[in-house]
Design a protein around this ligand. Structure first.
Ligand code: DGJ
Length: 727
């Protein structure tokens, strides 16, 4: 719900439990008056006027000096060079060559529903009653830049989405140097900043630090959202934790270079900005042209980090992921990569499929190595035609044989790449990303192809379409295995060269859009050398993303706990593999917290592991809805406890809970308790294994003792509780 108080000049956005308040001040400055727990009223003007502390802060000459300076007031969308020295959300270089920017309120409108940000991925509504939108139109008078600030407030979820559009309404060309998707000024700095850092095989591990004076933050300039920092950040008030207290979450619906910064200034306030990384970015606007920023999602709750995550999860399950597999059960897959790498042929894959079928697995995925003359990673990316030396008689023969077993079939692509040793490269040596007169770096023996070019995209699309339209492909894994360096496009003129990175991302989105439209029933899984592009932008096109190449169940724990801060279980690709000494039971229990599948040679499993796998397949079906649509509770986070990890999924109606307990390292003599969360304290629940019945209150407050049930490093346990109904 969004309202405007004409007298007070205050705009108020309310979600179920949060409020966001914007004021229109003298001289049409737009100020950010509040973001936090729900307020019934909005008498907030007394909370500004911080100027007394700032004798060196320049001020607007038309407002008495003690009254106002943009350097200390909470600016709704901070501008560069006009007296606010904190980090700027917006900087526009005008025809004179300077980047002084100063936007003021012109008008606003409020309406039901949410604008469609296509071709950018975005959170969408299932019906207009879900949310209201506010558009504030602001203007920089000197340049004629018209800036539209978009806010959508959800009625039943504590979510506000934001984005910004800049239109050149003046007569001269402009260059946008920075345009962040959101800016938020909080009146204190008593928070910890939580971010997700990583690398290949260690993605999205939680990191937490108290805010300090100055600028702190995370960024990527790798051409993708990256393994090293995820475009997610949270502020957790000191004293708040997983279960209580103020938590703000920020996530960018974008897959390219990003920046999140928090600046604590001399008056101990905090400014947060999130959006496209301004490094190597600018956007040229001729008169009348517009630029639309990606969307940022903001969540606020006073029920701690756990509830913040659950809000993100609900939003992404219902309002971001699309297509057939949004709610339909996804096929349980086995992937050939760790089973065979590049060394396979039709017979070997069919053998994998026939063993997998015995376990109840639904789909065989043929990973890297089926095209061109690819037998290792040195060649053929870009040559998207079948290698008939491996797949004799073509892809159709393999698929028919797999289908004849009653299994579906999936395939691997890496559409944004080109090998120097490929037919495509020899035909189009200028199609890879490079800049003139500079040698290009190589990564995994490959270059990145120039997705900003339509002719390049058309070529890749035609190749893909030719394979996918002639064959029954049920699933596609879209990989991306290097970062972008020496970035440039042969088609961009110098004044637009810094548009390249964003145009690359738009090109990738265009190809993904073509794919989802042409093959709406195909399940797409994104991947980037594991989870190097695990972001909300990609989730708009693929309901699941391969979380990490690290499939060791113990090491996976910190990755999955970290990823879960923002992304739901149904999006996290998680497989059981052969590559760790931990037992199959724990491998399965950990992979169940995700999309679940296998990444191993099924012919090599011993008899007892085969039985374990069969049981896991049953568990997958039994707990599918609970894990995919239930509420996650992180009960013991390995970020705090080096010995164990415990989590649970609770059904939305609180009728059922599944708890998983993993011993990472045995701690001699400790009693092992599980205290559940999220149950109904007045309901009674049966432990399905023992038949014992407990109240929700007992399970949550006293907990249950599982000491002795599991002992050793790497052992794990699942407990299933179901509501006992009195009929
Ligand atoms: C990286 C992915 O993460 C793996 O799962 C696999 O698909 C390889 N690429 C194939 O090259």
């Amino acid at each position: 719900m969004i309202s405007f108080d004409e007298n007070k000049k205050i705009l108020k956005l309310d979600t179920k439990n949060s409020s966001y308040v914007i004021g229109i001040y003298d001289e049409n400055y737009i100020l950010n008056l509040y973001y936090g727990a729900y307020l019934p009223d909005c008498n907030l003007w007394g909370n500004i006027k911080r100027h007394k502390n700032a004798s060196f802060s320049p001020a607007n000459p038309h407002i008495p000096h003690e009254e106002f300076s943009s350097d200390v007031e909470p600016m709704e969308y901070s501008c560069n060079g006009s007296g606010d020295f904190r980090i700027s959300a917006l900087a526009i270089k005008n025809a004179d060559g300077n980047s002084v920017t100063d936007i003021r309120y012109v008008s606003h409108k409020i309406y039901k529903g949410k604008p469609d940000l296509s071709p950018l991925p975005h959170v969408y509504l299932n019906n207009d009653a879900e949310a209201d939108t506010l558009e504030i139109l602001a203007e920089d008078k000197v340049t004629g830049a018209l800036v539209t600030l978009y806010y959508t407030a959800f009625n039943d979820l504590d979510v506000i989405t934001r984005s910004v559009k800049v239109t050149n309404g003046g007569g001269n060309a402009l260059d946008i140097e920075r345009v962040f998707s959101m800016c938020l000024d909080l009146p204190d700095m008593d928070y910890d900043l939580i971010t997700l850092y990583g690398r290949h095989a260690k993605e999205r591990s939680r990191e937490q630090r108290p805010l300090a004076h100055g600028i702190q933050g995370i960024a990527s300039k790798r051409g993708s959202s990256s393994h090293t920092q995820n475009p997610f950040a949270a502020l957790l008030r000191h004293g708040a934790d997983e279960n209580q207290g103020d938590a703000y979450g920020f996530n960018l619906v974008y897959s390219g270079n990003f920046e999140f910064s928090a600046e604590c200034d001399f008056s101990a306030t905090t400014r947060v900005i999130m959006g496209i990384n301004p490094t190597d970015f600018s956007w040229h606007l001729e008169a009348g042209e517009s630029f639309q920023s990606p969307e940022a999602v903001m969540v606020y709750t006073n029920e701690g980090l756990g509830e913040m995550s659950r809000i993100f999860h609900r939003l992404y399950i219902n309002n971001l992921v699309r297509g057939k597999y949004k709610y339909e059960k996804r096929p349980l897959l086995i992937n050939s990569w760790e089973a065979a790498y590049f060394d396979f042929d039709t017979d070997k894959l069919v053998e994998f499929a026939s063993h997998a079928k015995e376990f109840g697995i639904d789909m065989l995925v043929m990973d890297d190595g089926w095209f061109g003359k690819r037998n290792d990673d040195t060649n053929s990316l870009g040559d998207w035609f079948v290698n008939e030396e491996k797949l004799e008689g073509g892809l159709g023969v393999l698929i028919d044989r797999v289908n004849a077993l009653g299994m579906k079939f999936g395939i691997w692509y890496e559409p944004e790449m080109i090998s120097p040793d490929s037919e495509l490269f020899r035909a189009h040596p200028d199609w890879y990303i490079h800049v003139p007169n500079r040698e290009s770096s190589i990564g995994r023996n490959q270059y990145v192809i120039d997705m900003s070019r339509e002719d390049v995209r058309d070529n890749i699309w035609n190749q893909m379409y030719s394979v996918l339209s002639k064959n029954k492909v049920d699933y596609l894994k879209w990989d991306f295995n290097r970062n972008i360096s020496e970035a440039g496009s042969a088609l961009l003129p110098p004044e637009r060269s810094k548009e390249f990175f964003h145009r690359f991302v738009l090109g990738t989105y265009d190809l993904m859009d073509r794919l989802t439209k042409a093959f709406p029933d195909m399940l797409i899984e994104n991947c980037s050398g594991g989870g190097g592009r695990f972001d909300a932008g990609m989730l708009y096109y693929s309901p699941q993303i391969w979380t990490s190449d690290n499939t060791d169940p113990i090491e996976r724990l910190s990755i999955q706990f970290g990823t879960s801060l923002c992304y739901p279980a149904s999006t996290m690709g998680a497989h059981v593999s052969a590559s760790s000494r931990t037992g199959y039971e724990t491998k399965g229990n950990v992979a169940l917290w995700g999309t679940f599948g296998y990444e191993l040679d099924p012919t090599k499993l011993c008899e007892s592991d085969r039985e374990t796998v069969k049981q896991q397949v049953k568990d997958y079906h039994k707990y599918y809805d609970l894990i995919h649509y239930g509420d996650l509770y992180r009960l013991v986070d390995p970020y705090f406890d080096p010995y164990k990890a415990v989590w649970s999924f609770v059904a939305p109606d609180k009728s059922e809970a599944l708890v998983t307990y993993v011993i990472m390292r045995e701690k001699f003599c400790d009693i092992q308790f599980i205290r559940l969360r999220g149950l109904d304290k007045n309901k009674f629940y049966r432990n399905e294994e023992t038949g014992e019945v407990y109240s929700g209150a007992l399970l949550m407050n006293a907990g249950i003792n599982i000491t002795g049930k599991i002992w050793r490093d790497g052992e794990s346990l699942m407990l299933h509780f179901t509501e006992v109904k009195n009929d």
